[in-house]
Design a protein around this ligand. Structure first.
Ligand SMILES: [Fe+2]
Length: 216
């Protein structure tokens, strides 16, 4: 490739942003007709979470636990998974989107495009939060379980510690963006397990399937 034929970075960025915007129009949860999950039939005999995702699934205490304890535990696994998702959306992803929307890079010729694409993404993130709220409350309601009251998520604490270690504003911003990108993309493997697990509660299966399509 000659020097003259090298595509400037700004054109590559523009191309990528256009692709992202096209994906958002086709795949984002907010642009797709989604079923009213609360209308889905509830089957009490089905698990609300994939057992294969439990880190203690091979522990003797788990193996020997009664079916009732296992069922409650899997319901709370679904609850804590969704609560963590809510924290990630609200405390990790949303602030990163808002930062770019409020302060797009001044000297970049992609400034307006970038701001525009981030505002699309933010709309979808708000729906992810809503889906998680509906999904865990559905299970608490059907199982008559007391909702979890937990705030001490490791990822949120680690993020705060990493940000406190940054000695410049630009480092803090970059760290926020990096953590947001990592947490949005690394959730895919986790989601995939439940999206492909037909044995779990229909709502849990459908919600994770919907979230997976909107991310990939
Ligand atoms: Fe999200």
């Amino acid at each position: 490739m000659t020097k003259d034929s090298v595509i400037p970075d700004s054109e590559n960025v523009s191309l990528m942003l256009k692709k992202l915007s096209a994906l958002w129009k086709n795949r984002a949860a907010v642009n797709n007709k989604h079923a009213d999950y609360s209308e889905l039939a509830f089957e009490s005999s089905k698990s609300d979470f994939s057992e294969s995702l439990l880190p203690f699934r091979n522990h003797d205490a788990w193996r020997e636990a009664s079916q009732d304890i296992k069922s409650r535990c899997l319901s709370y696994a679904w609850g804590v998974y969704n609560l963590k998702t809510i924290y990630i959306e609200c405390d990790v992803v949303t602030p990163a989107c808002e930062d770019i929307i409020k302060r797009p890079p001044i000297n970049s010729i992609n400034r307006v495009e970038l701001q525009d694409v981030m505002s699309e993404a933010l709309l979808d993130e708000a729906l992810h939060t809503r889906m998680s709220i509906m999904a865990c409350n559905y299970i608490y309601d059907r199982r008559r379980l007391e909702p979890l009251n937990y705030t001490d998520f490791n990822l949120i604490k680690c993020r705060q510690m990493m940000l406190a270690d940054c000695n410049a504003e630009w480092k803090r911003r970059l760290t926020c963006f990096a953590i947001a990108c990592a947490s949005e993309t690394l959730i895919t493997d986790y989601l995939k397990v439940m999206a492909e697990d037909n044995s779990i509660q229909r709502l849990c299966h459908e919600v994770t399937k919907g979230a997976l399509i909107s991310i990939i």
